[in-house]
Design a protein around this ligand. Structure first.
Ligand code: AP5
Ligand code: MG
Length: 211
């Protein structure tokens, strides 16, 4: 399966991607996680991206398109993949189409802005592998420690309330138009994000089983 996950920041793309990845045995490609890893390792790309990511702005299209091109050429993507956080603009979606990659579906997880702001304040992420937790809704087995790799859980710099509001604006302006883009290709599926993580997962898996 070749799947795109759409949705506002904090809608639960990363959380659902982890579950779908395990169930369908396909890798998740999160441009956000790739950029944060580059930032941590101090690579040239990471340094270039830092000011954008910290301000909650999008990193320039050519940078993320380059990342995705390279990543999709790796052998583990041959049997399918989940794109979490890419494409995020129309030019990025067009670039993906121009790579000759046919997507099965773009699944949008819909959550109201007011709910997102509440959720983000409790998010914690693993500084090593990027897995996402929540202080209330998705607690790790051991406080402050990642279940998957035992990395330390930290607060993402761009989860400050002010930056979250900017990320939401950027989403509505630049990413939401992708819903029409994929609707026009007959590939859009919409799932309403639920209060309970498990309930969202049930809706997501049901939608995917029907494609
Ligand atoms: P990125 O890392 O992709 O961030 P994002 O899209 O803003 O999305 P998030 O990771 O914040 O949210 P999510 O939907 O994955 O939610 P999660 O599952 O963690 O991008 C960061 C930055 O990188 C961008 O701002 C940009 O600068 C740059 N970038 C990345 N890709 C780019 C691109 N293609 N082009 C240009 N720039 C790019 O869930 C959130 C929290 O809620 C968690 O704590 C979770 O446990 C909790 N939660 C999830 N579901 C539920 C539920 N149902 N009920 C209660 N809590 C829940
Ligand atoms: Mg994410």
């Amino acid at each position: 399966m070749r799947l795109i996950l759409l949705g506002a920041p904090g809608a639960g793309k990363g959380t659902q991607a982890e579950i779908i990845s395990e169930k369908y045995n396909i890798p998740t490609i999160s441009t956000g996680n790739i950029i944060r890893a580059a930032l941590k390792n101090g690579t040239e790309m990471g340094l270039k991206a830092k000011s954008y990511i910290d301000a909650g702005e999008l990193v320039p299209d050519e940078v993320v398109i380059g990342i995705i091109k390279e990543r999709l050429a790796e052998p583990d993507c041959m049997g399918g993949f989940i794109l979490d956080g890419f494409p995020r603009t129309i030019p990025q979606a067009e670039a993906l189409d121009n790579m000759g990659i046919t997507i099965d579906c773009a699944l949008s997880i819909e959550v109201a802005d007011s709910e997102i702001v509440k959720r983000m304040s409790g998010r914690r992420v693993c500084e090593k592998c990027g897995a996402s937790y929540h202080t209330e809704f998705k607690k790790p087995e051991v406080d402050g420690v990642c279940n998957l790799c035992e990395g330390k859980l930290v607060i993402r710099k761009d989860d400050e309330p002010e930056t979250v509001l900017n990320r939401l604006n950027v989403y509505h302006e630049q990413t939401e138009p992708l819903k029409s883009y994929y609707e026009n290709q007959n590939k859009l599926l919409i799932v309403q994000g639920q209060q309970e993580l498990k309930e969202t997962t049930a809706l997501v898996l049901k939608a995917l089983s029907e494609i």
